[in-house]
Design a protein around this ligand. Structure first.
Ligand code: MIG
Length: 747
């Protein structure tokens, strides 16, 4: 084993010849020295040549991280698996979902971070089998050797450790501003007419919305990079028409390519050997034939995204869409999900024959049943194909967790290349560490269950630790039928996740904001409009957090010392100034909230202009909230920025309303840019540094506007609503004369 110092806080341990996953961007050419162990851990090789790391856990030790996993925010007491998995049934015992994020924080006698940069299967037993032991086992079948990079990350606090980890893997991508708006989806809006009706409804009901998703049915026969002439006609004209109305189309692109003569995407890839090849696991050889599995298009071949040439080719397939003005996509099924293979089906038929030939089949029925349900996403199938990695044949199973990541890399590359300087939007189901630099992630096929709201509240906190700030669940649940109250409560929670999309499965009840009754439509409108009202804060904070490598959404225990925060998993920091405490149980007309550490201004929101505000000292309180009310807390000596909502996220506000609780002094750096291009990278953006300082019973308010390199400011006035520690309000206002703030006046 070798050791290399990457930075003051990061040490790399290198075992064998690790596969370069692409997760890490911070490299060091410091020389590596030999070392014989990884601090904190015992290591051993199992009988099957797996690497097993072991760490003893102190009685009160806590574990965090692991990104997209079920279970608590504190990961202790459960088992987890890093092996990307299309599992549409997120029941509590499940060990793996669509993404693998092997970053953890151990918070015991010592507090440190661990990142295992490994593309194959990892099994984590976080004190389940033996409550005082955590084991981490890497399935090491790559040439039957152990090859892995392991990073230890130090920091003064958990929050610092996350920050240091983000220096290793980089900051998240910057989506266009419209992507911070409300997005509407369902499987499927099957025709151009259906989509237009949905758009018209948003306009008619004055519900803000920025995107409409196209699921499988927009394609011709599930052939990727085609559109159905019959159902969508002139696709480019259709996309343009929507865009003029303020709606961005987001079509789905799956990885699998339909095997069909005459279909140019298939023919080109087949001719150039761009597909994954079948692999003989026993003899560790490829036959050279294309691997074919059944997915949506029927017989489907899988592009070999681990091959850079294939990524190039795939990237350019987006060109025609980009030319039509469509540069927002979702990449689904990229674990990759496989319904079945011919080989799997043959095994099933064999089993069927075996059972049939028995005179008294009895319990053999269960063999048959398990065989049938086990056909999908079968581990044996993942061993039956391989990649061409720079000329080296790599069994898929060994690098399984990188398939989606590399598909996204290829897609992002193409979208960036063909968007003529416009920012793209890309959403993926499968993910690996590092993918946040290229796109967003949604948390897959959840259900319209109340239980799933809190699952996602925890998950988004853990995903933020892994760099995925732009993340969110299907609201109000993908599978099963949602009821009106679930829609409202989940939307109220969704206000606080950058990715806010309503999406539903085929055959489920409609769940658009107007799908229930007028009262529910009104409440939903208020919630969505509230989201648009806080976009100035969200957009600025997303940018600030990305730039400073600090998660947008953080657990309370990462920020406050109060030990009670460690037991709170359904409240979280939303940027630096605010805390969310969503209601997530059915029929609840309020909830308990821990008000940690300092004074907070509790805002019981009915709509963005409502002002039900009260100052609270630290403690636990019950807050009443009728269905149309939800909670937002503004921290002492912090500022929160709002504006009147538009119909689209791009509608630039002319007035800002800054709400704060100030006992000493507070400041906020408001950030804005054109929202559509990468000019901000060249310094074309505006910042407005606001400082509010208490002076007796009054406040001094200063603003400093900095327009860089010709960014056009739209703000004409900034209204301050400042509460003191007793909840008394002082209003001030600053007019902008051009780009220069005038002296504040009391209102
Ligand atoms: O096998 O495209 O998670 O969002 O609507 C299901 C159809 C395939 C799974 C995705 C879901 C999407 C659905 N897809």
């Amino acid at each position: 084993m070798q050791r290399r110092i990457i930075s003051e806080n990061i040490t790399q341990y290198i075992i064998g010849t690790p596969f370069d996953t692409g997760a890490v961007i911070l490299h060091s050419n410091a020389p590596a020295d030999d070392c014989d162990r990884i601090p904190h851990f015992g290591e051993e090789l199992t009988e099957t040549n797996n690497l097993r790391l072991t760490k003893s856990l102190s009685e009160d030790e806590k574990l965090y991280g692991l990104g997209e996993m079920l279970g608590g925010l504190n990961k202790r007491g459960r088992k987890y698996r890093c092996y990307n998995n299309d599992d549409p049934n997120h029941t509590p015992e499940k060990q793996n979902l669509y993404g693998s994020h092997p970053f953890m924080i151990f918070d015991g006698e010592e507090t440190f971070g661990l990142f295992i940069d490994y593309p194959g299967e990892i099994n984590i037993d976080a004190g389940f089998t033996d409550r005082s032991v955590c084991t981490i086992e890497l399935t090491c079948s790559i040439n039957n050797e152990v090859n892995v990079d392991i990073y230890l990350i130090s920091g003064k606090t958990k929050s610092d450790i996350v920050h240091n980890f983000l220096t290793l893997i980089g900051s998240p991508f910057m989506p266009p501003k419209w992507a911070f708006g409300y997005q509407q989806s369902r499987w499927s809006y099957p025709t151009a007419e259906a989509v237009k009706d949905i758009c018209a409804k948003f306009k008619e009901l004055k519900i803000p919305c920025d995107a409409i998703y196209l699921d499988l049915d927009y394609m011709d026969d599930y052939k990727v990079f085609t559109t159905s002439q019959e159902r969508f006609g002139d696709f480019a004209a259709f996309a343009q028409e929507l865009l003029k109305d303020g709606f961005h189309l987001v079509p789905i692109i799956d990885p699998g390519v339909k095997v069909e003569e005459g279909y140019s995407v298939y023919e080109e890839a087949a001719k150039n050997n761009y597909f994954c090849k079948t692999f003989d696991y026993e003899n560790k050889k490829s036959s050279g034939d294309d691997f074919v599995a059944a997915v949506w298009p029927g017989r489907t071949a899988m592009p070999d995204f681990l091959n850079p040439k294939v990524r190039q080719w795939w990237a350019d397939l987006y060109k025609q869409f980009c030319e039509a003005g469509v540069n927002a996509f979702w990449n689904d099924m990229n674990e990759p999900a496989l319904f079945f293979t011919k080989r799997g089906l043959e095994d099933l038929y064999q089993c069927y024959d075996d059972v049939r030939s028995r005179t008294n089949p009895g319990l053999d029925f269960f063999d048959l049943k398990d065989k049938a349900t086990g056909l999908s996403n079968n581990r044996e199938d993942y061993k039956r194909f391989c990649h061409n990695c720079d000329g080296l044949t790599q069994c898929h199973d060994d690098v399984h967790n990188l398939f989606g990541f590399n598909m996204v890399k290829a897609s992002a590359d193409g979208l960036k290349r063909h968007s003529h300087g416009q920012r793209y939007f890309l959403l993926s189901r499968s993910s690996y560490i590092g993918q946040h630099r290229y796109g967003a992630v949604w948390t897959g096929d959840n259900q319209s269950w109340w239980e799933h709201i809190i699952v996602h509240l925890r998950m988004i906190q853990s995903m933020n630790m892994c760099g995925f700030f732009f993340v969110g669940p299907d609201i109000p649940g993908f599978g099963c039928d949602a009821d009106a109250e679930l829609l409202i409560r989940w939307l109220q929670a969704g206000v606080f996740t950058p990715f806010l999309r309503n999406h539903a499965a085929l055959f489920t009840r409609n769940q658009e904001p107007w799908a229930f009754d007028d009262r529910i439509t009104d409440i939903a409108r208020n919630v969505i409009r509230f989201r648009y009202a806080i976009l100035p804060y969200l957009y600025a904070e997303y940018h600030n957090c990305a730039e400073n490598l600090k998660p947008l959404i953080e657990p309370l225990s990462f920020v406050f010392k109060d030990h009670r925060c460690e037991s709170i998993e359904d409240q979280f920091m939303f940027g630096h100034s605010a805390m969310a405490a969503p209601i997530h149980s059915q029929n609840a007309r309020g909830r308990s909230v821990l008000v940690p550490d300092c004074k907070w201004l509790a805002w019981r929101v009915t709509d963005y202009s409502s002002r039900d505000m009260q100052v609270f000292e630290p403690g636990t309180y019950f807050f009443d909230c009728s269905l149309d009310q939800f909670l937002l807390f503004i921290k002492e000596d912090s500022l929160f920025v709002t504006a009147a909502p538009g119909q689209n996220a791009a509608d630039a506000p002319t007035e800002l309303t800054v709400i704060g609780l100030v006992t000493h002094s507070a400041e906020f750096t408001y950030y804005d840019d054109d929202g559509t291009t990468y000019n901000f990278e060249q310094g074309k953006y505006g910042t407005l540094r606001m400082i509010v300082t208490a002076e007796g019973s009054d406040y001094s308010v200063t603003c400093k506007y900095n327009a860089h390199a010709g960014f056009k400011n739209t703000i004409r006035r900034i209204n301050f609503e400042i509460y003191n520690g007793r909840g008394e309000l002082v209003r001030k206002s600053i007019k902008m004369s051009g780009d220069t703030p005038e002296a504040p006046v009391r209102r």
